[in-house]
Write a protein that binds this ligand. Structure first.
Ligand SMILES: CC(C)(COP(=O)(O)OP(=O)(O)OC[C@H]1O[C@@H](n2cnc3c(N)ncnc32)[C@H](O)[C@@H]1OP(=O)(O)O)[C@@H](O)C(=O)NCCC(=O)NCCS
Length: 386
């Protein structure tokens, strides 16, 4: 027998350049999620923690430290690393354990603390998440790798650098409505095009920033959620996928196989199609990534996402709003936290806490988050419970 899995509580720090330690960030988000769920730490059967660069803040084996500081040192915790996709891959494990009935209620917290190392060192550390022998070790940082993907896309399809700029403008606009977003700056297409080149054709405003931050969820089975008497959201679909680690191993770099496969599984489990999704939080580490994601997830036909984004289909009021939170681009990208932060956005949207960025009449939402250039990915689908 399997259980329905619900999100009963959610919490998040602001994302940005933050002064707190990695442990303080994780605890702040966890405590907010615990309060939001109306539970106490004693209700938690297990802890799932996603993090990549704990060593940069002098703490690895982070799970037991978090559990001990929450006052539940005998509750098992597990740290999961899957590069920028750590949060969603960890969510999948937390989900699976409640689904299988091992625990009634678990904590899922993602955290990252990196900005104190500076841009050059962060870029080097992040390159260890690529296939370092072929990529990072030869100087191909993530902006460089996604620049190659962007070049391939722009030369294969009818799309321009100006089209990509519309992704950034839209996500910065949404980020303005998110009090916890890292980058709060309204930008124009012209400013994106004139911003400094990072790795051609990608410019400053095509890139997500390096961010610190933490996000947390309380997951539980349906019986637990119902007996709480509080609002909750149901997870109706979950899928995971993989791709060759280095992009040179892929037949076509204008699509990400891990996304396609994870999405297929999640849609099948949820019994829905891309047309049923009312909004999505997707992995827009660079503007080109959002374009490719929205095609791989089935929202747009191959080669059409850039021009349809330009026409406004992915705006908050568009046909399929993408990244109402501001996305990685503006909300920020603390890599261990990102996949969990996306679900915090879904929880806030479905429980009346999203304020001005609320997507009207939304009932079904999707989150998508990948590691590196998509070597690993997970997709989850959520239903509003009235
Ligand atoms: C784009 C990038 C090179 C900019 O680094 P930088 O030039 O050192 O930027 P700084 O931190 O010095 O910030 C300079 C200014 O630009 C802003 N900024 C930095 N990165 C930004 C971004 N990605 N988007 C918007 N604004 C950004 C800062 O807020 C700052 O503004 P201010 O001067 O008004 O305070 C860096 O953010 C980057 O490499 N991002 C990609 C991270 C990545 O690869 N993640 C993994 C994805 S798979």
């Amino acid at each position: 027998m399997t259980n329905k899995v619900c999100v009963l509580g959610a919490g998040s720090t602001t994302y940005g350049k933050l002064n707190e330690s990695i442990i303080e960030l994780a605890l702040n988000a966890s405590r907010e999620a615990i309060i939001s769920a109306g539970i106490t730490p004693k209700d938690i059967g297990a802890g799932y923690i996603s993090n990549v660069f704990g060593a940069a803040d002098k703490q690895v084996h982070i799970a037991p430290v978090i559990m001990s500081n929450l006052g539940i040192p005998y509750v098992p915790g597990l740290t999961i690393e899957s590069a920028c996709g750590s949060g969603s891959v960890m969510l999948r494990e937390a989900f699976a354990n409640v689904y299988a009935g091992f625990y009634d209620c678990v904590l899922a917290v993602g955290v990252e603390k990196i900005t104190h190392t500076g841009t050059a060192q962060s870029t080097t550390l992040f390159s260890y998440c690529s296939d370092f022998f072929y990529e990072g070790g030869n100087g191909a940082s993530f902006p460089g790798l996604f620049a190659s993907i962007a070049r391939a896309y722009l030369s294969t399809y009818k799309a321009t650098e100006e089209d990509l700029a519309y992704v950034a403008v839209k996500n910065h606009e949404n980020g303005m409505l998110n009090p916890k977003a890292h980058v709060k700056r309204r930008i124009t297409v012209d400013e994106v095009l004139r911003s400094p080149v990072v790795a051609s054709p990608l410019k400053l405003y095509d890139c997500c920033p390096f961010s610190d931050g933490a996000s947390a969820l309380i997951l539980c089975n349906e019986k637990f959620a119902k007996s709480s008497g509080r609002p909750y959201v149901e997870i109706i679909g979950s899928g995971r996928g993989a791709s060759p680690a280095a992009i040179q191993g892929r037949e076509d770099i204008t699509t990400i196989p891990s996304t396609v496969n994870a999405a297929k599984q999640a849609y099948k489990m949820a019994g829905v199609t891309p047309k049923d999704i009312d909004f999505a939080e997707v992995h827009d580490c660079f503007t080109i990534a959002e374009v490719i994601d929205t095609e791989d997830l089935g929202f747009f036909e191959k080669g059409k996402a850039a021009s349809l984004t330009r026409e406004g289909e992915t705006k908050l009021t568009g046909r399929i709003p993408i990244n109402p939170s501001g996305g990685l681009k503006a909300k920020g990208h603390p890599i261990g936290a990102t996949g969990i932060g996306q679900v915090v956005e879904v929880f806030e949207q479905f429980t009346g806490k999203a304020g001005q960025r609320t997507v009207k009449d939304a009932e079904i939402a999707l989150t998508h988050n990948f590691g590196a250039t998509g070597a690993s990915a997970a997709v989850h689908i959520f239903k509003k419970v009235n």
